[in-house]
Write a protein that binds this ligand. Structure first.
Ligand code: 5GP
Length: 184
């Protein structure tokens, strides 16, 4: 049997550019798998159900929690987010490494269940840059942007709980740094 694949947790505040950096990492490592989370937030323009997220209702999410189908979950800015356990386990059993792009509370739950999970925190170059990116993105109303900035400050304060920290000052450079971490 193939060795069990690794669990790779990637966290970082909203606006740090996790998605863009990870897209580069996936180009460098086409064999890597991505865990599609479930969420109760609505899709943003350009997001498709089953690709970025499984967009489900609050009731359906709570049923999944009750059935023990979530590897981890949390509420973030008034919505549920969680990792369906079956896909992750299935891919790992097939020997594939899998990336979980999740916030710190979920990261802690996964670490508690799976101590050998590798955790990487992506930071923005400065908090000002992060605010600029969140406002400039224009995908959230101003109260949500303010909530995400407050959340980001809390998350940044806990960056040292991760195995590795990578600053997203340049997308390709940051992706190469993550690529090297994965090869170690
Ligand atoms: P967004 O709404 O910007 O897509 O995501 C908000 C936050 O939720 C981000 O920090 C993202 O990494 C996190 N997130 C996405 N999916 C999950 C998940 O399945 N579990 C947890 N704990 N956090 C998630």
């Amino acid at each position: 049997m193939a060795n069990k694949g690794r669990l790779i947790i990637v966290s970082g505040p909203s606006g740090a550019g996790k998605g863009t950096v990870l897209a580069e990492v996936f180009k460098m490592n086409p064999q890597l798998k991505y865990s599609v989370s479930a969420t109760t937030r609505g899709p943003r323009p350009g997001e498709t159900d089953g690709i970025q997220y499984f967009f489900i209702s609050k009731e359906e999410f709570e049923r999944k929690i009750a059935r023990g189908e979530m590897l981890e979950y949390t509420t973030y800015c008034d919505n549920y987010y969680g990792t369906p356990a079956d896909y992750v386990e299935d891919q790992r059993m097939k020997g594939h490494d899998i990336v979980l792009e999740i916030e710190p509370c979920g990261a802690r739950q996964v670490k508690a269940r799976c101590a050998d999970a590798l955790s990487i925190f992506i930071l923005p170059p400065t908090i000002e840059e992060l605010e600029k990116r969140l406002i400039g993105r224009g995908t959230e109303v101003s109260e949500v942007v303010a909530a995400r900035i407050a959340q980001a400050k809390e998350e940044l304060a806990r960056a040292d709980q991760y195995d590795f920290r990578v600053v997203n000052d340049d997308v390709v450079r940051a992706a190469k740094e993550i690529d090297e971490i994965l090869r170690k």
